[in-house]
Design a protein. Sequence first.
Length: 416
Amino acid sequence: MQKALVQRRASRLPSAPQWSPDVSSRHSFLSLFIGTYSSAFDILPALLADSVPDGSLQLSVDAASLAFMAFQLNRFDLIPLANKYYFRAIRSLAMAVQSSIQPTSNAPSQSLSAMALQSVLLLDFYDKMAFQHYRPSEAPGLLQIHAKGSLSILRSLPKGELRNPATLQLATQSILVTILSCGADATDFPEHLIGLYNELGSYIQSDRWHLIGHYIRLVNIHINVRNGKMGLSDALKRAREYSLDIVEEENKMSRLWRPYRRDTCEARAFDSYYDAYPNHKVAQALNKYRIMRLGVASFVHGLTGSVEVAEDVEQLVRTICASVPQIILPEARPQNTLPFSPLQILECSAVLSPLYLCARHTRDPAMRAWILQTLEYMADNGVKMAQTLANIIESPLKPEIWDWFRMVGSYTCSAL
């Protein structure tokens, strides 16, 4: 009941700041993104309750909140204020880390390390939101600094502390954002990342952890092919093996969370149907596996021209696109509105990368036209980045999916 009330409040959040920008941004970030949408920062409220005012964690929340609001409302005039909080947070974090290693420090080491890790991850979130148009060639590794910094903190912790549930949750996020940051920049993983993943695997067994393992394999193939470290025949062999494994994993999840099909006369549902999911997190989790399969299938088809693989590509495109109408059709869910609520805008932002991948790889002109119409409909109802994507799809320039992934804030719009 309480969760439902929070969700209803989040759907009615103001579309523009009513108080000072930092206060309203913080409120929206904590109530909408943290409290309703995402599970990536589940322990943040508890850490905030124990943190000091104007400490690194509070300042990191302010920086991330303002970057989030700038993205959500297309209010990039908020970025200079976000920058001020960002640099204050970095200075405060450096002082906190220095203080924690002093013999006179009275704070529990677990609390300090958790707050430091959470602060660094929030600063990484800020970077991804604030620097969407950054190009790796301009400053190589710029958007990996905080992700890799979080790994350094993890590696410095005593072994016993790695069994702490809060630390393990933060470690999961740290490894995920580092993998995706390396994928976006096509740079090698830090030396100890895979070893740390394997070590923590003895303490963590979750769907999200298995998903990260699949990301490691996929991004590793992508990086090695992109940098000429893996021949195409070897890459093809690994891609086929990977595809079999990912299908098996997706099938396990589908048996637990199988969507049900709804027929409709609504033109915004391709082929007069769409798939309904229990919630946005289930839809996103299943789509992540489909996106990985689609990327691999497209790669294999490009090398082999297989008719069977081409059919797989089209089926994956249809399945991914069938998950979209539930977010945008007013009659699909009680909480859906026109124009879109802040929660709907977040959900739409999360499907932009999947829709880009679908538009790039479908051979069906009707499906491609539907994707463009859907993006324009999203843009008309508050998802400004959707119009940018529609323009890119129609332009002769075809950015790689990782380039687009970086343009929409990397992982920051994901609920997982």
